[in-house]
Write a protein that binds this ligand. Structure first.
Ligand SMILES: [Zn+2]
Length: 128
């Protein structure tokens, strides 16, 4: 089963993870969970959690580029390393048998894994 946090990473091209420090509306906050496509986080100094859209007023930390580029596998939908030729590296998948290589191995990714720090802002910049 796919976690909502993974779904958020794949859908919005952001590096969201449990426990990650982010900035919400200019205030430091910590991601504490995800559900229904939304992020749950706690703003520093506040007792209540806040629920927000992954692209709304959130700034993610800059994540260093991995040594090997990563892609979202077209077949299994997982974040996996890519080869130098730009195709998905060999990886297992949770099909009938964990020992089977994923049919997406060696195929182009559905899309590259991206770690945008502020997708809302970037979307506006791209549209103008
Ligand atoms: Zn795969």
């Amino acid at each position: 089963m796919t976690s909502t946090m993974e779904w958020i990473r794949r859908t919005y091209d952001v590096p969201a993870r449990h426990g990650m420090r982010i900035e919400y509306d200019g205030k430091p906050a910590t991601i504490i969970g995800a559900g229904g496509g939304y992020l749950r986080f706690r703003i520093d100094g506040e007792k209540r959690r806040t629920v927000g859209h992954p692209c709304y007023r959130i700034v993610y930390p800059a994540v260093p580029e991995p040594a090997r580029p990563r892609g979202w596998c077209k077949h299994c939908g997982k974040d996996r390393a890519m080869t130098r030729d730009g195709v998905m590296g060999n990886h297992r998948w949770n099909g009938r048998d964990w020992s089977e290589p994923c049919p997406g191995s060696g195929q182009p990714p559905w899309k590259p894994v991206r770690n945008q720090t502020h997708p809302g802002e970037q979307r506006t910049a791209a549209a103008s």
